[in-house]
Design a protein around this ligand. Structure first.
Ligand code: SF4
Length: 398
C-alpha cells in the first residue's frame, strides 16, 4: 500500500513504523511521566488498550518495554472470540454432528467449548467427519450456500466491526433459505463500563479506545469514559506510532488533570461513525443483555435478531433456547484465567497453564485461540528478552 503524503514519507512503513518522530514521542512520554504522582504517593499509571489489535501492536513491537517504569500497559477485552460463550460453541458442534454444515471465521474454528457433546472444537468435529467451512465473510457463506443448497448455519461472532457485514445481507434479503445464523455479536462500550464499575483493583488511568470498532460506532461512543469516569481516552490506530501518540496524549491529560476524549485515528474514525452500518444494525437487531465468557451477563451488550428476521435466526429455527442469566454457568475450562485476562485483572503469564498445558498448538482456553487473544499474542511475542531486539529494530534510542 502506497500513500502519497506531502510530508515526504513515501509509504505506511516509514510513516508509522520507522518514523524518527517515534524516538521523540517516547522521550516525551518518559519526561512527562516523571511529573505523575498518583493518590497516596502512588505513581503507577495503568493504561488499558481495549482492542486485541492494540495489544498485538504493543506486544509485537515491544512498546511495553519502551514505557517508563511507572507506566503499565494492560490488555483489555478486545477479543470477540475469547468472550464468545462456550454454550454457542457446543450448540454449533451439536448441529455439525447432525449433518448441518457450519460456516465460521478461522479464529472460531479452534475455539474450545465445554465438550457437552464430547467434542471440544469445530476442528475436532471436522476431524470426525462434520462439514465445517472456514470463510472470510458472511457473503462467502451466502455464495456457497446458494450454490449447493446444503442446510447450513453461520456462527457469527464479533463486535460492532463485523456485525454490519453479517446483518447487511439479512436486511437486503440475500440469505438463502438453507442458511441461518447464530448471532453472537457483542457490543464494546458496555464491557468498558463493566470494567470500570466492577474491577476496582485496576483503577485505570487511561484508555486506548478501539480503532476498528470506532469506525462503525463513531468516536462519540467513547465520550462517556472521560465524562462519567474521569479517565483520559484516546481512540488510536494500530501502527506503533499511533499507539505511542495515544499513550503520550493520555499521560499529558493525566499530568494536566483534564481527562477528555481525543481521536488520534481520525484518518479512519469520524465522530459520528458509519451511519449506514448503524442503521443496518438498528433495523435488524435489538440490544439485549448478553453473556460474556467467564464473566457473565452484561446489560445491553449483545445483539439479537428482531422478530421480523426470525427466519434467519438459527436458534429459533432449530428450537434451541437462548442462553439466559438463570441458565448461564461459569464457562471456562477448569483453571483457565481467560476472564481475568480479558478484563485486565491478570496477565497471561499469571495463568499457571500458560505455555505449559495451554499453547498455540494446543489451546486449552479461549484466549489462546484468536490472533486477538492476549494469551495468543503473549505466546507469540512475549518475553522481556524481546525488548532490546525490538528497540533496535524500530530504531529507538531512549
Ligand atoms: Fe486460559 Fe490458556 Fe490463557 Fe491460561 S494461558 S488464561 S488457560 S487461554
Amino acid at each position: 500500500m502506497v500513500f502519497s503524503l506531502s510530508n515526504g514519507f513515501s509509504d505506511v512503513y516509514s510513516m508509522f513504523r520507522r518514523n524518527p518522530a517515534m524516538n521523540d514521542v517516547v522521550k516525551v512520554i518518559h519526561k512527562l511521566s516523571r511529573k505523575i504522582v498518583g493518590k497516596k504517593g502512588e505513581s503507577t499509571v495503568k493504561i488499558m488498550g481495549f482492542c486485541g489489535t492494540h495489544e498485538w501492536t504493543i506486544t509485537s513491537y515491544g512498546l511495553r518495554y519502551l514505557m517508563p517504569s511507572n507506566v503499565e500497559l494492560i490488555a483489555g477485552p478486545g477479543c470477540p472470540v475469547c468472550i464468545t460463550p462456550a454454550y454457542y460453541v457446543d450448540v454449533v458442534i451439536k448441529l455439525a454432528m447432525s449433518n448441518i454444515r457450519i460456516f465460521t471465521y478461522g479464529d472460531a474454528y479452534k475455539l474450545p467449548g465445554l465438550a457437552r457433546v464430547g467434542i471440544r472444537t469445530l476442528a475436532e468435529a471436522r476431524a470426525r467427519g462434520a462439514d465445517i467451512e472456514v470463510v472470510y465473510s458472511m457473503m462467502d457463506a451466502v455464495h456457497i450456500a446458494k450454490k449447493d443448497r446444503k442446510e447450513s448455519v453461520f456462527l457469527a461472532v464479533g463486535f460492532e466491526t463485523t456485525a454490519p457485514s453479517v446483518v447487511a445481507p439479512v436486511v437486503q434479503g440475500k440469505i438463502p433459505r438453507n442458511l441461518t445464523i447464530i448471532n453472537v455479536h457483542r457490543l464494546t462500550p458496555p464491557i468498558a463500563k463493566y470494567v470500570f464499575e466492577n474491577v476496582p483493583e485496576i483503577p485505570l488511568n487511561g484508555v486506548i479506545a478501539p480503532g476498528h470498532v470506532s469506525t462503525i460506532t463513531g468516536a462519540n461512543a467513547w465520550k462517556f469514559i472521560p465524562e462519567e469516569f474521569g479517565i483520559p481516552t484516546v481512540i488510536a490506530g494500530f501502527e506503533p506510532l499511533d499507539v505511542l501518540l495515544a499513550i503520550l496524549e493520555i499521560i499529558r491529560q493525566i499530568v494536566e488533570g483534564k481527562p477528555k476524549l481525543v481521536n488520534e485515528y481520525s484518518r479512519a474514525v469520524s465522530w459520528s461513525g458509519n451511519v449506514k452500518a448503524q442503521k443496518l444494525l438498528n433495523e435488524c437487531c435489538e440490544e439485549v443483555d448478553a453473556a460474556w465468557r467467564g464473566i457473565g451477563f452484561i446489560p445491553k451488550s449483545g445483539l439479537m435478531f428482531k422478530d421480523k428476521y426470525s427466519e434467519v435466526d438459527a436458534l429459533k429455527q432449530y428450537g434451541i433456547p437462548e442462553l439466559t442469566p438463570d441458565e448461564w454457568k461459569y464457562d471456562l475450562p477448569s483453571g483457565c484465567r481467560c476472564a481475568d485476562v480479558t478484563i485486565g485483572r491478570s496477565k497471561p503469564t499469571d495463568c499457571r497453564m500458560f505455555m505449559k498445558k495451554c499453547t498455540l498448538a494446543n489451546p486449552y482456553g479461549p484466549c489462546m485461540v484468536s490472533m486477538e487473544g492476549a494469551c495468543t499474542i503473549w505466546a507469540k511475542f512475549g518475553g522481556s528478552s524481546l525488548a532490546a531486539e525490538v528497540t533496535r529494530e524500530v530504531g529507538l534510542n531512549i
